[in-house]
Design a protein around this ligand. Structure first.
Ligand code: ZN
Length: 414
């Protein structure tokens, strides 16, 4: 059983890697040297060539990073690396909670340090070469430190909570953990903009002026409070632009990147805003939250059945079973289910995007929204002709051409 589990984990890792590379390959195949007819009028020749170069550089880079982590995890598994770390934390302390914190702390930090050269290359070489990077070395280092602290507080807290529930609550484990996780997810959804975002970015209310007047005009029509609209300094890290809706109830807000406000015309900005208000009116955040809670429920239920089996830890080479080794093995085994969940979540997310587009179109902003989306896609050198299977697995948004066609034909089902 232990051997079978070990080889099942290896098989899953190989399958994941091959699937990812196969999808990358399909995307590479669907690139074309000449600008395709459907993109004429969107990309000009020169920008199109640049977008193809950017796509190819990123594909090559993902080939290298993906292969590196693939080999790394195989080496760790075949050399009993997890068991080695396990015996190290056992030698440090008797307390199993401390052991678990140390185990995941060292593992997380170690993995981050190993992948850091790739992160640095991606940001300061590739993104810089194509004119996107605005991140300074100081911002990069500060982001790292903040995300480690955040990971330690949130990840450590959740780990301790789940471990405590496992040790103390017996048959109530699933119920207690799901209750706790649901409260945590609802809290994070509501306070994400207030608690997490300010650690990394500045959010400011919109400045007085024509843009604000135009936005007030639309917001009143659509019934969305102007106080909930903010601008964020995305330009601190990248020239790429974005906008999103977050939170719920009184804590909801729409956040527009300063780069978006700079790149788009006033009407296009209002059109993007109309799309975001659509996400709010159609309750997409709440639907997403419910989906996450259901997903976690499934995961915790499977975990509760698996974690009591000592074979999980032993499959990774541990001499005696432990909660944290069980979690690692479970995480590796759960990966195919999480791929399937990802496909499903992306499918719903793409449908939500169409619905928010239809909402904006209903207020007469369809044309401006298309123009705005085209500008944003061209500015970020997006791949506008990805392979459909790649989209099926990985895209949370429909492609620009799909959205454009849906808005033009007023048919959002494709
Ligand atoms: Zn959207």
């Amino acid at each position: 059983m232990v051997q079978t589990l070990f080889w099942l984990i290896i098989a899953i890792i190989i399958f994941d890697y091959l699937l990812e590379k196969f999808l990358d390959y399909l995307n590479y195949r669907s690139m074309q040297y000449e600008i395709p007819d459907e993109l004429k009028g969107i990309y000009n020749e020169e920008k199109y060539k640049r977008s193809q170069q950017y796509g190819k550089v990123n594909l090559a880079f993902s080939m290298i990073t993906g292969t590196f982590s693939f080999i790394l995890i195989l080496v760790i598994l075949f050399t009993n690396g997890f068991a080695f770390l396990d015996s190290y934390v056992i030698s440090i302390t008797q307390n199993e909670y401390l052991r678990a914190l140390l185990f995941f702390g060292i593992l997380g930090l170690g993995m981050d340090f190993i992948s850091m050269p790739f992160q640095i290359y991606g940001t300061f070489v590739i993104e810089a070469k194509f004119g996107f990077n605005k991140t300074t070395a100081i911002t990069f280092v500060m982001d790292k430190i903040k995300s480690w602290l955040l990971g330690a507080v949130i990840g450590g807290g959740l780990l301790l909570f789940i471990m405590w529930a496992w040790n103390e609550t017996g048959n109530w484990f699933w119920v207690i953990v799901m209750g706790g996780l649901s409260i945590f997810m609802i809290f994070m959804t509501m306070f994400y903009s207030r608690l997490i975002v300010p650690l990394f970015n500045k959010q400011t209310p919109l400045e007085e002026g024509d843009l604000k007047l135009a936005i007030v005009d639309f917001s009143e029509k659509a019934g969305f409070k102007i106080d909930n609209i903010f601008s964020i300094d995305g330009s601190k890290r990248s020239t790429k632009a974005n906008a999103y809706f977050s939170g719920m109830g009184p804590k909801k807000r729409i956040v527009l990147y300063d780069t978006l406000i700079k790149d788009l015309s006033e009407k296009e900005i209002v059109a993007v805003l109309a799309h975001e208000v659509g996400h709010y009116k159609l309750k997409h955040v709440i639907i997403g939250l419910v989906m996450s809670i259901v997903q976690s429920g499934l995961m915790i239920w499977l975990l509760s059945m698996a974690i009591s089996r000592p074979e999980l830890s032993l499959a990774l080479g541990a001499l005696s079973p432990s909660f944290y080794m069980g979690i690692v093995a479970f995480g590796l085994l759960f990966s195919p289910i999480s791929t399937v969940i990802g496909i499903f979540t992306n499918m719903i997310s793409r449908r939500h995007e169409y619905q928010a587009d239809a909402f904006a179109n209903g207020y007469g902003y369809g044309g401006e929204l298309i123009n705005g989306l085209i500008k944003l896609s061209v500015a970020s050198l997006s791949n506008l002709t990805p392979h459909w299977l790649y989209v099926f697995f990985n895209y949370s948004h429909p492609t620009l051409l799909q959205r454009k066609n849906a808005i033009i034909t007023n048919n959002y089902t494709s």
